[in-house]
Design a protein around this ligand. Structure first.
Ligand SMILES: NC(=O)c1ccc[n+]([C@@H]2O[C@H](COP(=O)([O-])OP(=O)(O)OC[C@H]3O[C@@H](n4cnc5c(N)ncnc54)[C@H](OP(=O)(O)O)[C@@H]3O)[C@@H](O)[C@H]2O)c1
Length: 281
């Protein structure tokens, strides 16, 4: 990975943090997108310990806000002449329904729209840097979920886990449509399920759900185990040229039928463009 520049979200904790450290150990240069200055400083300090002397960097953004995602993408594109990898990994679960300043439900905004808009903002850099890779952290939690295009913001029947499952279905549909659009460019797009991993995930979600997640984590994988597929998709020569796939345990697996619905993937793309203000009104 020497000479490779990797933009990664959610590397101040959990799966992303371990993956960033593994990739730094392989001599990659990491550009973090983080929201919290002290957590980012701690993450950068750990990267420096793993492999001293690489000029890792950080840009700040709250990824639940479209304006911040757009701004940070612009800053990174201006600062980085090449981007070899984009790892969209930051995610969260919200026990109670909340709406962002953009009028989007928080889970949808953070877990899907941030992936969509950051990728869109870094697209040109990735294309110029081809062969390049995009990896999106999804989840097997998508199984059983369906998108309701009449109510993508889940204003009816909200549950934290229900919104989370839909957002992870969005990650897979987004990856498929992205791969289709990038075909032949040398930029690949894949996503993966890390397994159930004992991270800070769900701790802030509130209520009984947070308690249930804490208890379940007794049985969960370590962050190091959970990061393995992400590191594989980022670094392994085995997956060069592989695109549009959903991985688990470093192998392609078949996602749910809803996640293989190419018409839904196209529709989600169009709707995301509209919500992000990327289409002329
Ligand atoms: N843990 C699991 O069992 C599991 C299973 C399947 C999929 N996943 C997925 O794995 C990914 C990583 O989660 P994790 O388990 O490593 O959880 P985690 O320990 O809670 O880490 C989440 C990361 O995302 C960042 N983040 C969250 N909201 C953000 C926002 N609005 N703006 C900027 N950064 C934000 C967090 O930043 P802070 O440090 O500032 O909080 C943190 O770095 C998520 O996409 C999650 O859906 C996890």
């Amino acid at each position: 990975m020497l000479g490779k520049t990797i933009v990664i979200t959610g590397a101040t904790s959990g799966i992303g943090q371990v993956a960033a450290e593994e990739l730094a150990a392989q001599s990659a240069r990491l550009v973090l997108v983080a929201r919290d200055k002290s957590r980012a400083a701690a993450a950068l300090a750990r990267l420096e310990v793993v492999r001293p002397g690489i000029a890792h960097g950080v840009h700040y953004a709250d990824l639940s806000r479209l304006s911040e995602v757009r701004r940070v993408a612009g800053e990174i594109a201006a600062a980085e002449p090449r981007i070899d990898l984009l790892l969209n990994n930051a995610g969260a679960l919200f026990g109670a329904r909340k709406v962002t300043e953009d009028g989007l439900e928080f889970t949808f905004a953070t877990n899907h729209m941030a992936y969509f808009l950051l990728t869109s903002g870094l697209r040109e850099r990735l294309l110029q840097s081809a062969p390049a890779r995009i990896v999106n952290t999804a989840s097997d939690a998508h199984r059983g979920a369906r998108l309701d295009f009449g109510d993508l913001q889940m204003s009816r029947g909200y549950t934290g886990f229900g919104a989370y499952r839909r957002s992870k279905l969005c990650n897979i549909l987004f990856t498929r449509e992205l791969a289709r659009r990038l075909a032949g460019t040398g930029v690949t797009a894949n996503c993966f399920h890390p397994g159930f991993v004992a991270t800070r995930f769900g701790d802030q979600s509130g209520g009984w759900g947070a308690l249930a997640i804490r208890l379940a984590k007794i049985m969960a994988l370590s962050p190091a185990e959970g990061a393995k597929t992400l590191v594989h998709l980022a670094a392994s020569p085995e997956v060069a040229g592989v695109t549009g796939e959903y991985f688990h345990r470093s192998r392609p697996v078949v996602p749910s039928s809803a996640a293989r619905d190419d018409e839904a993937a196209r529709r989600l793309w169009a709707e995301s463009e509209r919500l992000a203000g990327l289409l002329p009104v």
